[in-house]
Design a protein. Structure first.
Length: 466
């Protein structure tokens, strides 16, 4: 009675491995009948792991099996735990017993726990530890060539700094979806660090890898968070021969990634910043003509101040990005040509701070951040956002303020007629000592006057002939 009602499956078998009896729990687990089981030889089963465990029982020890198993009598497949041992260690002739338990539910729970351990909570991509496990598992001749792509998400620090971690998380989840869309289900996608992803590509060669890298760019084109576009810098390497160390291949991909990041850095502008400025230009927020005229005036002021070429280049860069914070302002508000309400004006006044946080989040452009933050400060301390006064305002910010005002006044806007050089000079002088640095106003006025100085007469200066 106890044998039949036991909660686990039990079989009896003889010294030849032939099953002589089984209980009801076993037939339920196996999905079969008692008649189909009796007479079955365990040593003849297709899964030789069972035979190995049974042979151990024949030698007087406990033989165990755990794993996915398919029953020959029913075709049912499940996770099993089985243990085979002599009924009596003192009397081997008494036969042998097998205890069988269906552990499918336990395995499902374990798999869920394991999956959670190996999945990034935010993106649901795999973790670094899982990637390394799979690298070792797939490191076989059958999987060659094996390629690795490392992808660095540009703009994440900028978004986190300027718009908060919620926006940053949104960018990460969108980036993860781009990668999931780009690659096959059998590829291993992992998030290594906050802004770095890895893709392990079994049976993918270098040419195919380069195609997939282009697909990343295509699939992310036009996607943005808070108007900051998604950009990826990538590095790659491919294992062609079994003798190559897979970790070395990963290191080569990382070296390629940093080489490409360095190339972008040496181009003088962060790739994401470039795209933001392009957006501003296309939407009419910041025209190329406006920036070029500002740069021309600013450089002339800088040269009068005897700034070094490096300082002049930094000034030039600061002008390029001085209004980058306007990316956070709606098109409708920026296009408004009527008087702004108090709330609208407060939104506009936040753009230097937004620009500062955007630039501070980049390695390449962080040096320009403070110049951008202070370009709306006034000499008398009544500017924004910090209310800096006099020489506490960075020199580049003071130059940018004058160059910007000069360009707007001299070129005009759709809602404001261009001023004559004389009117521009009068306005600069009027704001000298309040909005603008007085010494810089003097230099700017000299430059404007010299530009409008009449050309010498082509006739010469000789006296009239008698």
């Amino acid at each position: 009675m106890r044998f039949n009602n036991a909660p686990v499956g039990i079989i009896h078998f003889d010294k030849n491995g032939v099953i002589t009896d089984c209980n009801d729990s076993y037939t339920r687990i196996a999905g079969t009948s008692r008649d189909a089981v009796i007479g079955l030889n365990l040593l003849d089963l297709p899964d030789k792991r069972i035979a190995t465990a049974v042979h151990k029982a024949f030698r007087g020890y406990k033989g165990t099996f755990e794993g996915k198993y398919k029953f020959t009598t029913s075709g049912k497949e499940t996770y099993l735990w089985a243990q085979f041992s002599p009924v009596s260690e003192d009397n081997p002739g008494a036969g042998f017993i097998g205890t069988i338990e269906d552990i499918s539910e336990r395995k499902q729970v374990e798999e869920k726990v394991r999956a959670k351990q190996f999945r990034d909570n935010l993106t649901n991509l795999y973790t670094r530890s899982y990637l390394f496990e799979e690298m070792m598992r797939l490191n076989t001749s059958r999987q060659l060539p094996i390629s690795i792509i490392l992808a660095d998400l540009g703009g994440l620090n900028m978004v986190n700094n300027a718009f908060g971690s919620t926006a940053g998380d949104k960018m990460l989840t969108i980036a993860a979806e781009v990668l999931k869309t780009t690659f096959r289900s059998e590829d291993i996608l992992a998030r290594l660090e906050s802004d770095k992803f890895a893709i392990l590509l079994p049976q993918i060669n270098t040419e195919e890898t380069n195609f997939l890298i282009n697909r990343i760019a295509e699939n992310s084109d036009g996607l943005s968070v808070e108007k900051i576009p998604l950009t990826f810098t990538v590095g790659t390497s491919t294992k062609q021969e079994l003798e190559q160390d897979i970790i070395t291949v990963l290191n080569e991909a990382e070296a390629d990634l940093y080489k490409n990041k360095l190339l972008a850095k040496n181009n003088g502008m962060n790739k994401t910043i470039n795209k933001v400025m392009q957006i501003l230009s296309e939407k009419g927020y910041e025209s190329v003509e406006h920036l070029e005229k500002m740069k021309e005036m600013a450089r002339q002021i800088g040269e009068k101040l005897k700034l070094s070429e490096t300082e002049l280049e930094r000034l030039d860069t600061a002008i390029t990005v001085h209004d980058i914070g306007k990316i956070s302002i709606s098109e409708q508000l920026l296009a408004k040509d009527k008087t702004l309400t108090k709330n609208q004006w407060e939104v506009v006044m936040r753009h230097p701070e937004t620009g500062y946080r955007l630039l501070e989040g980049t390695e390449e452009m962080a040096y320009a951040a403070y110049d951008v933050l202070a370009h709306h400060e006034h000499w008398d301390g009544k500017g924004y956002p910090q209310g800096l006064k006099g020489s506490d305002i960075p020199i580049n910010s003071r130059i940018i303020a004058i160059a910007d005002a000069y360009e707007v006044m001299s070129s005009g806007r759709p809602y404001k007629k261009a001023m004559t050089p004389e009117q521009v000079v009068a306005e600069l002088n009027r704001c000298s000592g309040t909005q603008f640095d007085p010494e810089l106003v003097k230099i700017a006025v000299e430059i404007i006057n010299s530009r409008n100085k009449p050309e010498p007469s082509a006739q010469g200066t000789g006296g009239e002939k008698s």
